[in-house]
Structures are given as structure tokens and as C-alpha cells.
Design a protein around this ligand. Structure first.
Ligand code: WT7
Length: 704
């Protein structure tokens, strides 16, 4: 940090100006039926009632043993919720609904190909499948309470079946997003220490049957390089009985699940009664270093939190058809496709494919066909559907009562299209702000009780008290127009327990910055640092500006600059690499890589392509950069640190600022002329950026 004193911008210095948006009020019809329609709920969750207020969420679950301590703060910041309580997540999501809803659809699965039949999986059928797969894991694989099992599964019903089977056994699942590469999967296998990989032979993406099993071989090889042995690879088949991959099955290691399951028909596995504090799953995410962080989520606190927020913020009623159009490979899907909705016994829709396949009317056809009442997706999907099919929604006869946007800031203009055209002006919208680490929502309006404001998520959710601090820990007042670091003053049941295997990093990244007293056992001394910049308006609503660490949010996917850079450095010709964000009309942000080559190597398209391929191999196709620029030298400080804000400014056509403190100020103009001329040639000049977008670029790279 010291290296660039003077050019460093603290969040608190950023004055943010934007037009205040008008409120939108929830429709009377929505208010009339809402789960939370009485303002007394704010009283029940007031700070004076903390932490006991969360009993209301925990009481939505079925406990084998009730807890004696709601919140144990004896080892900060490793909070423990509902201590003494015991429960099983699979029982809560499946078994307990059988008595009343045995033949209700738990999932409706929509395959990508429209010629393939949509499938409804009832709670009874889910119960059978979860038990049989749990028996297979226990008896064939020998997994036991506390073991980790890694999945690399796409959006198929086998994914929630596998999750719930692990949960039934008290086994910790770790799903790696299906779009991640084999290498990325292998790293996560090694980090979590799992010996079993559950995958699928193939799945449909843009009408094409992708060979997915090939990635399992790469994953096992990568894990082996890292010293971790995978004993068994369980391969579900997209079409049981037919193998869709070219990759050979390795005898003694690879097994078709549909074959094995024959031995477990009708087997019933008793749900293992787990302590509330037992880990339920790991979900890896990106941060400032190249090593991904395995966020460890609890059983009791997590399940209570996603159930409570699904009820009040998603307004799920038993009769709703709820469609969260996200991937279960991300936390959104874990919490709001699987655990929250199933715990409430609703019908959760799963769609295998991409939004606009075979045309941008597809999501609305699905909504019409299934009678979807609640719709949940990300700004990137909304932007894409608006661009490709702005007039599609009115062609279909569906009616949403409720819609969600999640994962990135949404532009007010996109919000209005979502409200007016997708929602036909009939639906309430919640803009939910949260993170992989959080388990469930942190910021949102309570849909029947607070008006909506396009572009703002709203206040903290029930029982969550956010605050904005400046770099020195002083509170940035609501309505001041100043931005700062958004933090949460208190623990909540959905907060992750630790970073798997790295408890010191857990404390350091999330709590050290604003901890007032490391000796203190009072939660008030341990605010949670979220890593997002935000502004709070006079009405208490937060507007989230984006990450303050070096994470680039591409279409709602968190990519660490360090991960992108170390992937680029696997190419032998590359000497140095720097990743920066560039504003992108559809994806919010895209990645641009700047690389320099080793002495004696001539720059070429082939090297650019090698870098792109390396990123696809190490991380996945989602991380493929928009552009790769080979530069003669990186702009650097005198201490040799790459000035990412300078190249970020070049990529975004903003002011590079003061470069006089650089060791090599001369390269800046060379790079700018080259890159910007190329971009103009490709028609990639960005629209006029907003003041806060300009500030984001200026501040990029300050996390180091
Ligand atoms: C980051 C977390 C948790 C859902 C999926 C993303 C950004 C998330 C919003 C929102 C503005 C948002 C933040 C956050 N973000 N929701 N409603 N408005 N920004 O989870 O991959 O862990 O990413 O996404 O920057 O820190 P994630």
C-alpha cells in the first residue's frame, strides 16, 4: 500500500452523485397475501431483540433436539448458532413434507432441448432417490459423517439429489460450478480433502451435448498433482444407460451411478441427527489471492436463515411455483433453489440451459407453461433477455407476483424494464444484496412493507444491521452522499463458519479491519467487513457500488484478478500479467488481460490465444477475457508494483490520472495509443460512464 501513497483513493473520499430514483410501491394484491404484511415484524427483529429474534427462523425447522444457546460468542469471530440443537437438513427438506405433500412436485426440471420432456419430481420420488443415493455413498463409497464429497454437476435433478443425500449422512458436500474447468475442480477437491468426485457424462448448453466427464479426468489428475487422491468417480448419465462422453471409464475408479443404484433400490437411510453447528457444505469463492476460499456453511444456522428469508423475502407460499433462474453451482442456487424453497415445501423449478435457447422467448414460455408465480434471476440475464428479445414477455400469458434481482448492481433503466415488461407492472421486486460467505440475503426491502427504489437494494434485512465505515472506522452517515465500506455490525445465523482449512485468513479478511478489540467476546466489537463499497441514502437504503478487493464481477461470477493472472503466467512465454475490469453492456464487467512477454519472445496472436486458453483451462470458459493486450512493459510504481488502475483507465477510456510517480511513466502513452486505437477499430468504445463507475476504475487495485 505504502508504495502508492498519494495516488491512493480511500473509499470514504469518493463522493458519489447520482439521481435519486422514485419509489415504486408494492401492488395491493401482493400486500394482501404476503407472508410479512404486518409492520410489527420490524419490532420482532429489532436490535434489542437480537439474537433471540432468530428463534422465529429456527422455529420454521423440525429439530430433533432444541438448542439451549441461541448465539455463542465465546470464540470470536467463530460464532455458533443454536448450540445444543440437533437436526438433519435432508429430513427438513424432504421427509417432513411427505405426510401432507407426498405427491406434490418438489422440483420441476426443464431440460434445455424443447423436444425433451419436462419432468416433475415429487417429494415422494425425491425421498426415494435421496435415500438410494445416500445408501450408495455410505455403503459403496464408505463415506462417513464429516467427510467431504466434491460434485462437478450441471443443472440436473441429480445435483440436489446428491446434495440432500450427503446432508442425510452428515457428509459435507462441495459443489463446483459445472462451467468451471477440470483443473479448477481438481484444486477444490485437493483443498477440501475429498476422495469422491460425483459428476455427469454430459449436459446441454446452447443445444449441444457437452462432454463433461472429460473434465473429471483433468480434475483427478490435478488433484493428484496436488497430492490428493480421488478413490472413486461416480458418473451420473444424462440419459441413463447411454454414455455421452468420449472419455473412457477408468476401471476400478469410475462407476455409472445408474448401474450401481440397482443394488440400492428401496434402501432407506435414517437421516443422521447432526449438531446445529456441523458443517453442511463448502462453497468455493474468489478473493484477493490466487487460492480459492472454501466457505464453510453450518447446518442449523444456515438452514434456519435460508428458510426464514425464503418465507419473508421470497414470499414463498405452499401453492407457489417458484423459479430461481440461477445455477445451483453458486450459492444462490444452494440457498434459493434447493435448501430454502424445499425446507418450505414448495415447488422449485430448475432449468438446465442458457436463457435464450433456442430463442429469447424461452424463459417466458417456461413461466407460462408451468404457471410460475415467483421469478428470481440476475441482472446479467435480464440485460441479455432485454437485448435479444425486448418484446418477448408480453407474448406469453404468465403472471409473476414477485421477482428478485441478485448478484450485481442493476442499472435503474434495466430495473424498470424488468418491472414494466417482464413483471408486466404486476410484480413486486426485491434487489437482494449478499455474498457466498453470507448464506442468505443481507440487504433487501421487505416486499410488502417497504417501497422499491431502482438500483438500491434497500435497508438491511430483518435482524441484520449494516453500517458504512470509512477507512479509519468512522461511520459514514446516511444521506452524506459519501461512499465507504459496507459492514454488518452483528452476526446472523447464515454467516459462514470459517474458510475451510484457513481459519487465520477467515479472521484476517473479514474481521481484522474493523475489529475494535481482539480480546473482546462481545459481538459488537467484531463488525463483518463485506468487501463492497456502498452509499446509504437518507432513507436508509443502500446502493452497492461493487467490490473493493481485486475481484471482478463478470455476469454475477466472482473472478479474482490473482487467479486470472496466475493462470496467464502458466504460459511459458509470459513474464507478467495484470487483469482489469472493463465495462460491458451485458455482463456488467468483463475482464481484460495485460501481459508482457519474456525477453526474446515476439508478441503474436498465437500467444494471446495461448493466454486465453490457459485461463479457460485453469478457471473455465466463463473467465475468458474480452481482450488480451501484449504490452512492452507494465506501468509500475518505483517499488515495482503494477499499477492496475492505470491500465484499467486505458481499457475504459477514462482519465489515467497522475502517472508522475511511476517508475516508467513513458509506457502509459504507448499502451494507451495502441490499446485504444485497436478498441476503436473493433467498435469497443464504452458508453459514457457514470461518476461511480469512473471512481470504481480509479480505485481499482487499491486492495493490495
Ligand atoms: C458480490 C458477491 C450472493 C448472490 C450471488 C453473488 C455483488 C451481490 C448484489 C446486489 C449489487 C451485488 C457484491 C457482492 N452483489 N448482490 N443485489 N447489488 N451488488 O455472490 O459470487 O459471492 O458475489 O456480488 O459485490 O460482494 P458472490
Amino acid at each position: 500500500m505504502a508504495a502508492e501513497q498519494g495516488t491512493q483513493l480511500s473509499e470514504a473520499q469518493i463522493a458519489v452523485h447520482w439521481r435519486e430514483e422514485n419509489y415504486y410501491h408494492p401492488p395491493a394484491k401482493f400486500i394482501g397475501q404476503a407472508n410479512a404484511a404486518d409492520p410489527a415484524i420490524f419490532e420482532r427483529f429489532s436490535e434489542q431483540r437480537f439474537p433471540e429474534c432468530f428463534k422465529e427462523y429456527a422455529d420454521l425447522l423440525t429439530w430433533d433436539a432444541y438448542w439451549h444457546t441461541t448465539l455463542d460468542t465465546s470464540n470470536p469471530p467463530f460464532w455458533k448458532w443454536f448450540v445444543g440443537g440437533r437436526l438433519n437438513a435432508s429430513y427438513n427438506c424432504v421427509d417432513r413434507h411427505l405426510a401432507t405433500s407426498r405427491n406434490k412436485a418438489a422440483f420441476i426440471w426443464v431440460p434445455e432441448l424443447e423436444t425433451e420432456e419436462t419432468k416433475a419430481i415429487t417429494y415422494q420420488e425425491l425421498y426415494r432417490r435421496v435415500n438410494e443415493f445416500a445408501a450408495l455413498l455410505r455403503d459403496f463409497c464408505g463415506v462417513r459423517v464429516g467427510d467431504r464429497v466434491t460434485f462437478h454437476l450441471p443443472m440436473v435433478p441429480e445435483l440436489p439429489v446428491s446434495m440432500l443425500a450427503c446432508a442425510r449422512l452428515g457428509v459435507v458436500h462441495s459443489e463446483v460450478f459445472g462451467g468451471f474447468s477440470g483443473v479448477a475442480c481438481g484444486e477444490r477437491i485437493a483443498d477440501s480433502g475429498s476422495h469422491i468426485l460425483v459428476t455427469m457424462d454430459g449436459y446441454y448448453r446452447n443445444g449441444e451435448l457437452i462432454d463433461h466427464k472429460a473434465r473429471a479426468d483433468e480434475a483427478v489428475a490435478k488433484a493428484r498433482d496436488l497430492g490428493a487422491g480421488v478413490d472413486k468417480v461416480l458418473v451420473w448419465r444424462r440419459h441413463p444407460g447411454q454414455y455421452a462422453s468420449r472419455s473412457p471409464m477408468v476401471p476400478g475408479r469410475d462407476f455409472f451411478v445408474d448401474d450401481l443404484l440397482r443394488d440400492y433400490r428401496r434402501t432407506v437411510v435414517e437421516p443422521v441427527s447432526m449438531p446445529a453447528e456441523a458443517p453442511l457444505f463448502l462453497m468455493y469463492t474468489s478473493g484477493t489471492t490466487a487460492r480459492p476460499k472454501g466457505c464453510q456453511h453450518s447446518t442449523g444456522g444456515y438452514l434456519a436463515y435460508v428458510t426464514g428469508t425464503s418465507k419473508y423475502y421470497q414470499d414463498i407460499h405452499p401453492e407457489d411455483t417458484y423459479w430461481c433462474f440461477a445455477d445451483i453451482g453458486w450459492i444462490t442456487g444452494h440457498s434459493y433453489i434447493v435448501y430454502g424453497p424445499l425446507s418450505l415445501g414448495t415447488t422449485s423449478v430448475m432449468y438446465e440451459g442458457v436463457p435464450a435457447y433456442p430463442d429469447p422467448g424461452r424463459p417466458w414460455r417456461i413461466a407460462e407453461r408451468l404457471g410460475v408465480t415467483i421469478f428470481h434471476t440476475a441482472p446479467t440475464t435480464i440485460r441479455m433477455l432485454r437485448k435479444l428479445g425486448p418484446d418477448e414477455p408480453p407474448k406469453y400469458d404468465y403472471h409473476f407476483k414477485h421477482m428478485t434481482t441478485v448478484g450485481e448492481p442493476i442499472e435503474p433503466d434495466v430495473w424498470r424494464w424488468y418491472h414494466d415488461v417482464v413483471g408486466k407492472g404486476e410484480a413486486v421486486i426485491v434487489d437482494t444484496w449478499w455474498q457466498t460467505e453470507n448464506g442468505g440475503f443481507l440487504g433487501s426491502t421487505l416486499p410488502a412493507l417497504k417501497p422499491m427504489k431502482p438500483g438500491s437494494c434497500g435497508p438491511g434485512v430483518l435482524g441484520v444491521y449494516p453500517v458504512i465505515y470509512d477507512e479509519n472506522g468512522a461511520v459514514v452517515e446516511a444521506g452524506s452522499g459519501r461512499a465507504g465500506n459496507i459492514c454488518i455490525r452483528n452476526p446472523w445465523p447464515g454467516i459462514f463458519q470459517t474458510i475451510w482449512g484457513q481459519p487465520e485468513r477467515f479472521v484476517q479478511i473479514y474481521y481484522e479491519k474493523y475489529c475494535r478489540n481482539k480480546q473482546s467476546k462481545d459481538w459488537r466489537d467484531w463488525p463483518y467487513f463485506a468487501g463492497d463499497g456502498a452509499v446509504q441514502a437518507a432513507d436508509g437504503y443502500f446502493r452497492i457500488l461493487g467490490r473493493v478487493d481485486d475481484v471482478i464481477n463478470v455476469a454475477g461470477h466472482r473472478l479474482g484478478t490473482k487467479e486470472l493472472e496466475s493462470a496467464s503466467l502458466t504460459v511459458e512465454e509470459i513474464a507478467e500479467a495484470a487483469a482489469v475490469p472493463v465495462m460491458d453492456e451485458l455482463r456488467g464487467r468483463a475482464v481484460e488481460m495485460y501481459v508482457s512477454v519474456k525477453p526474446g519472445v515476439a508478441p503474436s496472436r498465437a500467444i494471446e490465444e495461448k493466454v486465453a486458453k490457459a485461463i479457460e483451462t485453469e478457471i473455465g470458459k466463463i473467465a475468458r477475457p474480452k481482450n488480451i493486450w501484449i504490452v512492452p512493459d507494465m506501468p509500475k510504481t518505483r517499488s515495482g508494483k503494477i499499477m492496475r488502475r492505470v491500465i484499467a483507465a486505458i481499457s475504459n477510456f477514462t482519465d489515467v490520472g497522475d502517472t508522475t510517480t511511476l517508475a516508467n511513466p513513458g509506457v502509459v502513452d504507448d499502451i494507451r495509443h495502441h490499446v485504444q486505437a485497436e478498441k476503436v477499430g473493433r467498435g469497443e468504445v464504452p458508453r459514457k460512464l457514470s461518476p461511480q463507475e469512473i471512481e470504481e476504475i480509479k480505485a481499482f487495485g487499491r486492495a493490495e
